[in-house]
Design a binder for this molecule. Structure first.
Ligand SMILES: NC(=O)c1ccc[n+]([C@@H]2O[C@H](COP(=O)([O-])OP(=O)(O)OC[C@H]3O[C@@H](n4cnc5c(N)ncnc54)[C@H](O)[C@@H]3O)[C@@H](O)[C@H]2O)c1
Length: 388
């Protein structure tokens, strides 16, 4: 049998000084299933050239725009052409390259939130559903092995019916007006490039996605309170949302970028009729199971006693810590394994298909819409609506 070829990936964004592009590249390369072949790394062609040189790419595969990349790659024989386009640009440059890449027949990895506007998200959702290519939205935190373990234990009924979900994402890096000196802060606080929700578009969507992913239950209604704590900033940098899930479980979601001193201590706790499960990113290889009538149990990544979802997403033996980049790499590995399986005419394993996609994308954009509407209203609760 002929050896499988690595999947070739082209990147949009991730040029010199960018944050998440380099993390995507490390993650994509980690398991040897994908190689970086092409790119249009910046809106500035000179910076794109520089990035291509640093990554030692063939200069003929380094393009001055994503339009050029799509066009010229399509002109190559199928065996040489890129298979995947990874889009890691600010939110105003998500919809157009993603639409064009899918319509040209490439698989797409897109960073969150799905688009700049809800209207774009609705259109993109339809395009993804029509396409026979795979689409992945990198809600990174769903890639952690102990998050997958938590999801599996809840689905298996270990803690009983879910009654309460607490999810919090506190950051402190925007506790002062940083937008004039920091590249990442600059576009994130500009509604024209970021979208109309600030903190809640950037990290509130991650917390929301994690709450629905881990609990396995959708949010049905919300009551939101968003605020701008730093004077001169046009969009929210702090807030909280009360949530009611479809099974009537209650939830509290807080997200902030002005919690001075906080790094990225994302936490989620879920309590059911029999016990609770607790996880935090700062100790991401540990999952605590609480019981009402006996001592806590501690589950640790890399141990054989974990379920299939955690084991499929772990590379090192217990005690050799994995972290953020490995969680990202799990998403890429599952995505790549699913592409390989489909190519062979096989059904990908359920554990591989467990990467975030179109549904997560549209629900994230609906979250922004619903949260802003609820926060602006005097009504106590508003239904959580999603338009497709
Ligand atoms: N999943 C996560 O955990 C996570 C973390 C950080 C950022 N993000 C998301 O990733 C995206 C990028 O964020 P970032 O912090 O890396 O931003 P950044 O500003 O650091 O990098 C953006 C890059 O995109 C490039 N770019 C802009 N327009 C372009 C165009 N037309 N063609 C090609 N390149 C272009 C810029 O030159 C820059 O290199 C955002 O959507 C953000 O929400 C996700």
């Amino acid at each position: 049998m002929a050896a499988q070829k690595k999947l070739k990936m082209g990147m949009v964004g991730g040029g010199p000084g960018a944050f998440i592009g380099a993390i995507h590249r490390s993650a994509a390369l980690m398991d040897g299933l994908i190689e970086i072949t092409a790119g249009s790394f910046s809106s500035n062609p000179e910076k794109t050239r520089q990035a291509g040189e640093e990554l030692m790419l063939d200069p003929s595969r380094v393009y001055s725009s994503y339009d050029e990349m799509i066009q010229k790659e399509l002109a190559l024989p199928e065996s040489e052409r890129i298979d995947i386009i990874s889009i890691v640009t600010p939110n105003n440059v998500h919809f157009d390259p993603c639409k064009k890449a899918l319509e040209a027949g490439f698989h797409v990895v897109l960073d969150k939130p799905m688009t700049l506007t809800y209207d774009e998200a609705k259109e993109l959702y339809k395009i993804i559903k029509k396409s026979d290519k795979l689409f992945c939205l990198t809600h990174t935190y769903t890639g952690y092995p102990m998050i997958k373990q938590m999801k599996q234990m809840i689905a298996e009924g270990v803690i009983g019916e879910v009654r309460k979900v607490y999810v919090e994402y506190p950051q402190g890096w925007l506790h002062k007006l940083l937008e004039y000196e920091n590249k990442q802060a600059e576009w994130r606080t500009d509604p024209a490039r970021n979208g109309k929700a600030g903190c809640f578009g950037d990290i509130g969507t991650h917390a929301f996605n994690l709450a629905e992913y881990v609990s396995g239950i959708k949010v049905a209604k919300i009551c939101a309170d968003l605020d701008i704590k730093v004077a001169g900033r046009p969009i929210d940098d702090d807030g909280a949302v009360l949530m009611r899930f479809e099974n009537n479980a209650s939830g509290i979601l807080t997200a902030s970028q002005i919690d001075a001193g906080c790094e990225n201590n994302l936490k989620i706790r879920v309590y059911g009729e029999k016990g609770g499960l607790e996880w935090m990113q700062e100790d991401n290889n540990t999952l605590r199971l609480r019981w009402s009538d006996r001592p806590d149990e501690i589950y640790r990544a890399g141990n054989g006693y974990l379920g299939s979802m955690a084991n499929e997403n772990t590379r090192t033996p217990a005690g050799h810590p994995e972290g953020y980049i490995e969680a990202f790499a799990n998403i890429y590995r599952n995505f790549a394994r699913s592409i390989y399986a489909l190519r062979k005419g096989e059904e990908p394993k359920a554990e591989w298909l467990d990467f975030p996609g179109a549904e997560d994308g549209i629900r994230g954009m609906a979250f922004i819409e619903n949260v802003l509407a609820s926060s602006a209203s005097d009504q106590k609760w508003t239904p959580f609506t999603v338009e497709y």
